[in-house]
Design a protein around this ligand. Sequence first.
Ligand SMILES: CC(O)(O)CCCCCNCCCN
Ligand SMILES: [Zn+2]
Length: 678
Amino acid sequence: MASGTALIYDEKMATHKLLWSDPICDIEVPERLSSSYEQLKSYHLVERCVPVPAREGSEEEILLVHSLEHLEVAKSTQTMNEEELKRVSENYDAFFFHPSTYHCARLAVGATLQLVDAVMSGEVRNGMALVRPPGHHSQRNAANGFCLFNNVAIAAEYAKLKYGLQRILIVDWDVHHGQGIQYIFEEDPSVLYFSWHRYEHQEFWPSLKESDYDAVGLGKGKGFNINLPWNKVGMGNSDYLAAFFHVLLPMAFEFDPELVIVSSGYDSGIGDPEGQMNATPEVFAHLTHFLMQLANGKLCVILEGGYHLKSLGESVCMTVKTLLGDPVPQITGEMAPCLSAVESIQNVRAAHKPYWKWLAYEDTSFLQNLSTKSHLLKKANSNTSTEHETKITNNNNTVKVERFLELHMKNILFPVPPIKTATIGSEGSEHFLSEHVQLVKEMDKTEIKSLVSGFYADLVEEDKILLSLGSMLAILDKILKKEVCNGIAASPTAALSAAVALRHSVRFGFQRVLCVFVGDMQITPNTEDGKMLIINICEKEQPGKTSCKHCISLNWKEDAEGNDFFSAVLGFILPVAYSYQPNLTVIAVGPNRSLGISGISLLVALLQGLAESRIVAVIEDTEISLLQSVAKALGGASTPPFGIYVPPTQEKVKKIKALRDQFQQEWKMLQCSVKDGI
Ligand SMILES: CC(O)(O)CCCCCNCCCN
Ligand SMILES: [Zn+2]
């Protein structure tokens, strides 16, 4: 399993710059690159990466995407004077040439391809290339929007050619639509292109009709182009996360890419003059963490836009920290997507229904009554401003945003616990130890008895159980004291251990503890005070037990063929978990688990985005292979294989929808459709 994170940077790419006054292009400054690199150094992140040199992309590589004419025009600018450079630049929408632009653009292409090679060869697991000029707007025969050569598009064509790849996912989280990439792969089913972008009903640049949610691809490429337009500014962390849970991630797991490339623009972050959005730097840690679970971790992140230097630098650091496998920082802000975001999410899901198995049973009845009223929807929306908008528009807010960035940034990167995973040397555990795992000494019986006597003494009759509780508590204590990030304990009675872990954590002072329990949960602690949220995944409804806000039972029997659990994890469990904002996660597997090892490993991998990745896993001690797989997922040594993708049956889709309808007012991240009608 490959490990390590590549960082590709060459200061020569800072030479390209604007020589005349142009209020549109003057934000694309060399300091974007140098200050990002300095920020990485200041957080000691450069030294933790594998340095990979940039190189010049060859003409042949550039011709994978661009016409010979485009290449020749670009090449000819190297010897031009300022007058000529200005004239050539005026042939394009929002582009400027400098005598060094051609060289810098070739370095940007080469740096990107170096990263693809480093990841595909297994030299590293993932990496980031800090490049400029950016690429995602440039087209076969034209420069556009600060972009000369389409770095990411060339990388995808290159990877197909050199490594015979047949499924590449491109995720474009830049705040502008990468229409260049869309045009290049519009008819190509081997490249799935996802872009969200500020759109405002086609008001925002590049103001294209084909940037809307109904541009789904052409011919054989239908279904492989996903546009998620943001029709208002001020979108925040919850809107971005909702887009991942309810649009991108279900597509991505069904597509099952062999490589993921990110057109990583940070102008979608707070403070950026172009985006005018509200999402804070740590959201990029979460987005990166999600994408790291795909393609066996093979992830190439390529810089596109980002024009607020402080916000850009922090977001770049959040991205690289996560690529390195550090714990994911707690997300901030109210976990509730705004109406406009939910409308866009609902629209793009409906547009893609014909092309995706996971959307086969999507309810698109809203389209009927909406189609008559859609002009009303747009008009209605144009003058009513949502809560986001009012926060952003008045200009004293920009002062506040600047202040926020100054304050917020300082201590955003918390110290990383040295050891990632703790376990106990109980019998049989030696086989699932990996180099990331630390043995924890057992507690002594008297100590355990005092801890446990409080609430479960009568339940604990045998020494064996007492000892296992002691082991689990020894591990849990290290997590609660933040000496380790996560831990795994084998137990003869997972339900009892989980209940004790929950009570112990609450008594330790953790105010919101999430428990995901797979299998029969014989003991259900009292969750009235909201300090615990239990999601019990079990085969059948427990008699006489109905779900409530803090104690939800999800009946799920995994399909024999493969892993059909994605829709439950992405469409229900993660949205609820993110809405709750736990500061610790307990994942427990008891008897009669109705999920396969791959479904549980997927759950563990994705739940690491919560509670600064603090997780304690309590697994029935008979489940040897499950222990190994979960320990691997926790150690971050590898992304566990998620088994064969099986789409959810109609019955299961209905079950998730019913639970969503029941809880989406309590747990607002579940929202992915507007109440019927407007
Ligand atoms: C890489 C990137 O997507 O960030 C480039 C953005 C270009 C913005 C051009 N704005 C033109 C406004 C014209 N009224
Ligand atoms: Zn942009």
